[in-house]
Design a protein around this ligand. Sequence first.
Ligand code: KG4
Ligand code: ZN
Length: 331
Amino acid sequence: MILASFETSCDDTGVAILEEERVLANNLASQVNVHEKFGGVVPELAARKHLEALPVLLDKSLDEAGCSLDDIDCFAATVGPGLVGSLLIGLSFAKGLAIASKKRFIGVNHLLGHLHAVFLAFSDIKYPFVLLLASGGHTEILIVESWEKYLRVGKTRDDAAGESFDKVARMLKLGYPGGPKLESLASSGNPGIPFPRPLSGKDSFDFSFSGLKTAVLYHLRQNPEEKKEDIAASFQAAIVESLLEKTFLAADRFNISTVVIAGGVASNTLLRSEASLYASKRNVKTYFPPKEFCTDNAAMIGKAALEMLKRGIYSDLCENAVPFLGLNESC
Ligand code: KG4
Ligand code: ZN
């Protein structure tokens, strides 16, 4: 079974080819140079760039995988959540190929893709596990009971974690995308500024990051001479602590000994190293997808689609883009 998958939910165009469990090709076209002058993603431009990039990346991926279009048994694409114009490009591309070649089509929930990214590297993860999903648009804690059963126990009440990284990076004039740039600046800073850890110590698995963001803004205004490196390092320490405190509180409360951390923010090095400290204190095993599979990519969409295929789940060609799709609403 060879599958081609497409990820176009936001500003990265991804194309992957998977054969059973193996990733034969995984290519990404970044649109950073298109959007950085605007300080964020311009949806119309993103959709047009996906349209240009998809055929080129598909050719490249088929070459790398050593196969032709005729060898592909199934085409999968992200159905949501994401920018509707961008989603429609990837979906239409996959559906068009499926129709032309009389092959199957599968629409994949982007969040399910982030979750399945971890299975690209680890096949021994046991259910149930606590999932922290932290990306640019989502920050939630779920108890994953089986491949299709999730219970959301906590979520952000305002900004997503990745969004907070992006907003604070903008305050520090680091440009876009903010997360990796802030992380790199923070690596030479001192995390000593006591920024708040919102909702810390509360009996809730929810997050709140807008107060933290505002605290950074006021601190910057009141201390214009403060080293940006120290502000970045202190903000990063606060957000990482908030994410891990709630995640491991959920593991304790539900008596679950496996934690999976996924989504773009899971590529953060401090989050990865601190998580192992939290885990070792309570005999919990923690898994992260490899960094290349944390941020948006098509291999994770392909992996989730393969799981659906294994269970005989295909999509109708009428399936439409769902910009606000959640993880518990549909696969
Ligand atoms: O999962 P993702 O690629 O796209 C969404 O589905 O949103 O996540 C993107 C988010 C952005 O907000 C980005 O700033 C953040 O993940 N991010 C990071 C890092 N790499 C990406 N945040 C912190 N540290 C990083 N190294
Ligand atoms: Zn994503």
